[in-house]
Design a protein around this ligand. Structure first.
Ligand code: XMP
Length: 513
């Protein structure tokens, strides 16, 4: 779409996506690429600026990820962060060494506010440090613009060459004025104008989709989640009734969710599109009967989903385009290769082998989750849908430990609905990354009135997370937990115990299976 672009070159740091999100929050379009992106390609992309990320390596190790020096001679502004700053020093014949004292955590940094990078930043400011190496001597032509008592070059720059480097991490929130520094880099150094905004994204996307689709037929698998909902509405605004959405209710959705999706997207809903709801509950329950192994359950659901969708697609006949709700984090390839698969994730949309179509449309391919939400609001999608929590493709099946039955689905749906209602009432919903109830396959003895019971335990989970790769258990106030517990044991049959999951990720995962 020809927006001004900043490239983040990934050297294996933990915060590479975060850097890109922060840049985009400043209304500048930003892409993350592995450090192996060629110089030719970079020139072709003609970016307004380049950011080198941090990374776990030491520049002097043979195997460390590096880039050729020529990247610093293009006249394009470069900001090096942490490892990226050391790399810049190394490439330009400065000196990098193991610091006598490693710095980790919030650190007071003295900055030179006359630098374009630190315009408006306090002379003493808290920054997040995490390094064992440091720049011992800045390259020739560089001015030192920040220091700490143990770090002689906490920031350096060559204003003329438009090269800037910071040892700390401006992208993390612990760096109190980090956003201001990134903003300064983008606007004062790269001279961006800030043309990345969701209202124009929506407008331009609708035009681009219209042009691409012409009078073609479009098919979309709608799950009711944020991504597929936003994709569907974007398509419906662009091509109206040329779009058919298929919503497979696999009987593993949250309480009332199937009806809610139908109310919004169905014939009495808000949008101009063809909506098909497939009630496939029994089919899924039958396939899952007797199955207890988590990966097997996931595979069954993934495959059955494809079957059902394929059958519907056949009824519709050949289509020209298949919509997928892919978002940018799915597209980013890590600078140091993909990590191990812990669970086989199933997303509505991974279907192309089985459906007769010519081309895939991925209208959200360039967006981060928070941008998908903003686009959703721009499109007038109801807030409760836009802010819906992430929900796994295999649905409640991974929140029911062991065998899935219709009865267990009902138990977990009812308990989860109570939990969500109370969290919302307590005003906590927007502060917690993800929260839900799960059904353990543990039954235990209880007493209800004068009778012995032998019933299930519900586990409540709530985590704080920004990336869903790591998470901490949320500290839900005791009054809320206690109220939820009372309501669940009173209102949900076959539950006599409620447990709270205090585990972070790692070592646990967010879902139970
Ligand atoms: P885990 O359990 O792996 O979950 O810590 C991390 C995040 O991913 C969601 N999740 C899924 N999302 N298909 C999805 O689209 C899946 O199969 C799936 N499994 C887990 C989970 O809800 C959490 O947000």
């Amino acid at each position: 779409m020809n927006n001004e672009t900043v490239i983040v070159l990934d050297f294996g740091g933990q915060y590479n996506q975060l850097i890109a999100r922060r840049v985009r929050e400043c209304n500048v379009y930003c892409e993350v690429h592995p450090y192996t992106l060629s110089l030719e390609k970079i020139k072709e992309m003609n970016p307004k600026g380049i950011i080198f990320t941090g990374g776990p390596n030491s520049v002097y190790d043979e195997a460390s990820p590096r880039y050729e020096r020529a990247i610093l001679e293009l006249g394009i502004p470069v900001l090096g962060i942490c490892y990226g700053s050391q790399l810049m020093a190394y490439l330009l014949d400065g000196e990098v060494a193991t610091a006598p004292v490693s710095e980790y955590g919030k650190t007071e940094v003295a900055v030179d506010a006359s630098s374009k990078l630190f315009d408006g930043v306090a002379e003493s400011t808290i920054c997040w440090m995490s390094h064992t190496d440091y720049i011992a001597k800045a390259p020739e032509g560089f001015k030192i613009t920040a220091t700490t008592p143990v770090c002689p070059v906490a920031a350096m720059e060559n204003e003329e060459a438009k090269l800037y480097a910071v040892q700390f991490h401006p992208e993390v929130l612990h760096t109190q004025e980090g956003s201001k520094m990134l903003h300064n880099f983008l606007y004062n150094v790269c001279e961006c104008t800030g043309d990345w905004k969701m209202d124009s994204f929506v407008e331009k996307s609708i035009e681009a989709i219209r042009e691409k689709v012409g009078d073609g037929k479009v098919l979309c698998a709608l799950s009711g989640g944020v991504d597929s909902s936003v994709a569907a509405v974007l398509l419906s605004k662009a091509v109206g009734k040329q779009l058919t959405c298929v919503f497979v209710d696999h009987g593993l959705l949250r309480k009332n969710e199937g009806d809610e999706v139908e109310a919004v997207f169905g014939p009495n809903g808000n949008y101009d599109l063809n909506f098909i709801r497939v009630n496939a509950q029994e089919r899924f329950y039958n396939k899952l009967a007797g199955k207890t192994e988590p990966e097997e359950k996931r595979k069954i659901i993934g495959e059955e989903f494809i079957r059902v969708f394929e059958e519907e697609a056949k009824k519709i006949g050949a289509v020209d385009f298949l919509v997928q709700g892919t978002i940018y984090p799915d597209v980013i390839e890590s600078g140091l290769g993909k990590s191990a698969v812990i669970k086989s994730h199933h997303n509505v949309g991974g279907l192309p082998d089985y459906v007769d179509f010519k081309e895939i449309i991925e209208p959200l391919r360039d967006l981060f989750k928070d941008e998908v939400r903003k686009a959703g609001l721009e499109l007038g999608i109801p807030e409760y849908l836009v802010y819906r929590q992430p929900f796994p493709g295999p649905g409640l099946a991974v929140r029911i430990i062991g065998e899935v039955t219709a009865e267990k689905v009902k138990i977990v749906q009812d308990a989860d609905a109570i939990y969500r209602e109370e969290i919302e009432k307590a005003g906590l919903a927007r502060n917690i990354g993800q929260y839900f109830a799960a059904l353990t396959n543990m039954r235990s003895v209880g007493v209800m009135g004068d009778f012995r019971t032998y019933d299930y335990a519900i586990a409540l989970r709530a985590v704080m997370t920004s990336d869903f790769m790591t998470a901490e258990a949320a500290e839900i106030p005791w009054e809320v937990l206690s109220k939820v517990t009372t309501r669940i044991v009173n209102e949900v049959k076959h539950v006599n115990r409620v447990l709270y999951d205090c585990t972070g990720k790692p070592p646990a995962t967010i879902e139970f299976e």
